[in-house]
Design a protein around this ligand. Sequence first.
Ligand code: SAH
Ligand code: SF4
Length: 454
Amino acid sequence: MPHSTLIEDKSVSSPPVPGAFDGIEKSAEIAVENQHLGGERPSLVGLTRPLLADKLKEIGVPEREIRMRASQLWHWIYHRGAQDFDVMLNVSKTMRTTLAEHFTLARPEIVSEQISIDGTRKWLIRMPSHGKHDRGAEIETVYIPESSRGTLCISSQVGCTLTCSFCHTGTQKLVRNLTTAEIIAQLIIARDQLGDWPGMTRSVSGITPNAERAVSNIVLMGMGEPLFNFDNVRDAMGIASDGEGLSISRRRITLSTSGVVPMIPRAGEEIGSMLAISLHAVRDDLRNELVPINKKYPIADLLDACRAYPGVSNARRITFEYVMLDGVNDSLADARELVRLLKGIPAKINLIPFNPWPGSKYTCSDWGRIEQFSDVVFNAGYASPVRTPRGRDILAACGQLKSETEKLRARTRLMLDSGIGAEGVYAFRRRLSSYRPCVNRSLSAKAPIMPAKQ
Ligand code: SAH
Ligand code: SF4
């Protein structure tokens, strides 16, 4: 299908009708308008450059100073990780006082931190309330240290509107898009917790890589479908890759999509990250079942969009993710078909052992089968790494994330906000998994100061 037709498909930009479920997508229950992290005084953390400039205008900073002041703040917030205006010594005392009167540098609250036996960390983060009756959505962010790099797995939505049958996040009922600030706050929190700002002492609890930065890479593989929250993901990745701030190069950012075909060309042009596709099946009938968005955008269209992905080359290959489900998609005939389908696309194939979760109906292929499958792919000339499951003991591995936010259902909240209705009923009781045998620290507000690394 030509791309012009794909881009004009409006179905992805218009949200589904509230309450609708077409067998492919659940509807997102609330849209969050305000872009700053809430609170009585808005936080400047997570704002784009233009929004930061707007905030300065709002408090009466003269027009001729706005650019310079915004650059100073940008440096302190995103390069140095400042948590207090008082450390900004190149900003006048009067200006610092004015800033502190109107704004904060607050991050969202860390509800808990778990550290797996393999060093993987998972943070449950509660976003500030976006209304009187919203207790704030909860999302999960995972940090995966390796010897020479550290990867942060970021969420783009609370839950996911899609319903892939093997994915825990897909079973979460409440869904909303994260704002740009909420997406980028995950990286900021990780840097805070890991001591990963210039001049800070690196955290010694858990493992961090032997590299300049504890967080060197980002994967948009947490909760949610990033291409259904396009603008906020694009703006957040713009902040993450800004060379005067967080400085994570776009080549070290990988966006994973279930296959929102019409948005793939824009992802290449406007986000410019590496692309990963959750393929998981080589026939439409099976993919319809595993990744239901395939009913809208079948395999052939998806692969056409990959062939045309801006910037794709042998040096910038597309990663195809393939979850290994015992007896479902793991035959050697499937492996051969996979190789045939990807012919001509600069590709890497990432085999992911299925990560089980409470109530899931699949089991993972046995190791011998994964090896045979991998051999077929490898012999056809593709790198075929098997992704080592990380943090399984803390339910932090791919597809295991799910937070049950303790909050009012959107409709109840809206009624209460507009003065209708009696006492609120919390529709969702927190049921954080009982499956957490390792380090599990509840943090009331801030993380403890980490001792110095020896
Ligand atoms: N929504 C996006 C990104 C988040 S999911 C997407 O679907 O691509 C990140 C990866 O984890 C995807 O490849 C997804 O298919 C895979 N995944 C989901 N559930 C899994 C599970 N239980 N075991 C292994 N991988 C899983
Ligand atoms: Fe959503 Fe991705 Fe999970 Fe599918 S695999 S339900 S798209 S998070």
